[in-house]
Write a protein that binds this ligand. Sequence first.
Ligand code: MLT
Length: 407
Amino acid sequence: MIRINDHFLKLQASYLFADIAKRVEHFQASHPDKAIIRLGIGDVTHALPDACIRALHQAVDEMARDQSFRGYGPEQGYAFLREAIARHDFQSRGAEIEADEIFVSDGAKCDTGNIQELFATDIRVAVPDPVYPVYVDTNVMAGRTGIYRNGGYEGLVYLACTKDNGYVPRLPDAPVDLIYLCFPNNPTGAVITREQLQTWVDYARENKALILYDAAYEAFIRDDRLPRSIYEVPGAREVAVEFRSFSKTAGFTGTRCAYTVVPKACQAYGPDGRPVAVRDLWNRRHATKFNGVSYPVQRAAEAVYSPEGQRQVRELADGYLKNAAYVRQAFSDMGFDCVGGDHSPYVWIDGQRDSWAFFDLLLDKAGVVCTPGAGFGRCGQTHIRISGFNSFANVQTAMTRIQAALQ
Ligand code: MLT
């Protein structure tokens, strides 16, 4: 008899964004004339930068000729892209990261979801609350939690991120082994300072813990004092893995390209306490389960680092930031407490009511899709997240409709 992995039975019925999509589809079917504005899932709406499009076309032409055609590439990514990443995203900012510590992939969602496979099932895992659901659900699937009760899974250590702590978690009371951090944060849009990040790196070093640092939204940081990478903080190379993505930076949500940084110095421990290089384990996993991102897509990602590409991605992010600032201002003017939107495309709004009720109200009365905070954890019960990923005109219309609906 074929038996299932019964940890899957502990999961909530569906993945948050799939659940929202189903509700929106249902609403649209019963209101076919309503023009819905989607400010829910963080999906970009603007076309790829011209520099990327030109690189894509050129790479496709190379694939059309036997002389320049490429078959399987290196699983870890082509050297041209890994080197450009190391130089531009790290070395230029004083972070010691080499090209062979970079693993190109098809998404930060997949990488943040897959990385936990490297670690024992009985480790103690800490996640922020609210949290990007992938970190939690993949640990549930792996059997690292008990059942879901009162808005959380037993066995996970939830680190509250609230107005009281500026949405940056405090160190846990009891030791933990694996720590997920995400800055600029999804969903709150909050940022972390260098000093605060140093506290976490020091904690990980003292406790032989590992930090999984999700920096998928770093391109939205507009204050140079804020760290864009955890490796800008001394001591992080030994205790942190970082995830980055071209999705939000360069509009690659449908094109698919991301990367994970695993420094050679980063260690985890075997059953006898012997240190093992996390990079070697990730390399082994990646080479076994992944066949690399397509050549044209890697060329398009490389073009992000050309002077023209850099200018174009900056403009893209500036546009989404303008939208987010507009949303934040409009909600603040209505008297709501908000965070995010200054170094992030997301605004986190305390609606002071049940988040799914607020979601339904905005959909029914304004035809606007947001993301209910409860989907991100207990600390989100009364919040909603609004994304700036849309056109400025749509964001303005959405806010006019929301203002009318809430009057
Ligand atoms: C989000 O809306 O939180 C993101 O789009 C999810 C993702 O990037 O997978």
